[in-house]
Design a protein around this ligand. Sequence first.
Ligand code: PGA
Length: 259
Amino acid sequence: MAEVVIVENADAAGALVAAEIVELIDGRPDAVLGLATGSTPLPVYQALRSRLAGRDVLPVRGFALDEYVGLDPAHPESYRSVITRDVVEPLGLDPRRIHVPNGAQATIQHAGDDYETAIDAAGGVDLQILGIGTDGHIGFNEPGSSFASRTRVKTLTEQTREDNARFFDSIDDVPRHCITQGLGTILRARHLVLLAFGEGKAQAVADAVEGPLSAILPGSAIQLHPHATVVVDEAAASRLRLADYYRYTYANKPDWQGI
Ligand code: PGA
């Protein structure tokens, strides 16, 4: 099962995951990061700013999980723009090494295959950061997604469009389609780190970590991964049946083991 780490707040989660990423980059300067958008990973990127300051991070490579289809990459809410603003610029990464699925309509039919080829050519993702939607999606793999899925076009649920409408002027501006790494793509990353904060995520977290494996809850795919870490605050952990066991396990973890 996934290792669950219950932390005091989002800043503590950010510090924990940032430390793991720094260790990864120390060992392998051209490490391949799996980058997530949304509000959840922001504390990680925030913590990385100071921890990576002064280091040569230009060799670091990255692959974003997903992108909207048909949204101009220059639009402030395209995931290309979000990754540039939240990750590439503040951390000083080389934009040419940071990939985002290509949501352009003209090439969308092969954009998924192209992305898979690029990930494979990079040797795969070392550490994949994940958020989870209130409906249990990871990346933009909405309920019903195959556990074997690869990068492809998906239709966003109305719930996800509503959740994301806050970033747009109106819900009518939220695209209906996206291109996302598949669950099978995500499962090939060597280490998954799923973060969630707040009561609103508690049910999705409990279902993903402890619920049955089911396409209806795409996040439950993490149970198939040999090295998945779930970092949550108390509110997001509030529906975990084994919360006390996770606390006990983490408190007694050997010092030599990272997350
Ligand atoms: P959030 O989104 O981080 O903005 O809550 C998570 C997701 O929908 O995957």
